[in-house]
Design a protein around this ligand. Sequence first.
Ligand SMILES: Cc1ncc(COP(=O)(O)O)c(C=O)c1O
Length: 378
Amino acid sequence: MHLKMEQVYKKEIAQYLKAEEDHIFLYWKGRVALYALLKAMGVGKDDEVILPAFTCVVVPNAILYLSAKPVYVDIDLTTFNPRFEDIKNAVTPHTKVIICQNTYGLSSDIEKITAFAKDQNIYTVEDCAHGFGGYYNQKPNGSFCDAAFFSTQWNKPFSTGTGGFALINNNNLLESLQTVNQDLINPSIKQKLSLKLLYFVREKLINKHSYWTLIKLYRFLSKKNMILGSSSGEEISSAEMPPNYFMKLSKVQIKKGIKNIRLLPKTLVARKVNAQIYTEYLMEQGKNHVPLSFFENHSFLKYPLLAENRNEVFHLAEKHKIELGDWFNSPLHPVQKDFELWQFNPALFPNAVYAGKHIINLPTDIKDPESILQFLKI
Ligand SMILES: Cc1ncc(COP(=O)(O)O)c(C=O)c1O
């Protein structure tokens, strides 16, 4: 029964990625998929892994758990990704992998990076945590690198609560990933029940009025490890692997995934339409906006904007019941201190630090974009 559902789920995913089902591997979270991929690529001590200096802390965690060294590259403030030239300059004889992130769904210079990496015998991994269902140069996000990973955590293109999967494009990695996966453990009954409870809260209790209160409560309780959070307390306060990290996706999540991936086509259309409405309005007002040239392929999980006084904007959003996001509220979201634990020196990455202080994300999967335009007028 479980196996059949797993195959159905992989088939649904594979259709989007234009990939083969048996090249898809399911995990408890996207970060676990990244860890498995890096391990399958043989990443270990003395290896360097290049990654954006504007990401989620769980990305450098996966590198550090393998005793390798994260090598950060600052971002461009239009694409929120590193530039090809800067990545090239960060390569050393120890570089084993380059991670290309499609931040908010935006990819940048990815064809140049993969061609260069191939030439240098360096592996590439596409971090598509934000990008499932989107395209870049007519190819689905996830199809550019040796491998890709995706997240189906809350607020991702489609959700399983927590969850993720990997896609292998380089067939040479299939066998080693299968070997790595033999160490995967099953989620506990408590974890599965906890997820079910969160599904209920999310679907039945979160609305425009309760959003801000429940989101603050959720973040507080998960930081204290009192409920199943997107990240456990250990993951944001240390670079040591927490217990029970290397887990499989459960049947509970697979069931949710099958249901939600089938709703995705409608959401993808809405996101794109709303993002275009925001851009047109912001252009009219002469304010910063995502360039129109990004629209052809991008799936707009979130609409990123840089705001001068972010705290004030959040305060107003709460007052006007607008569900505003703060990805990423720091170069290593959501970490705010002790950056040296992740071998990160903020002084070296001014654009990432600036973005972490000024970014806001407008919601794109909403029925009334007019409410956002009204808000932008304030
Ligand atoms: C850019 C990026 N990469 C990786 C991840 C990890 O995904 P997950 O939470 O499924 O482990 C996230 C999480 O939000 C992310 O934003």
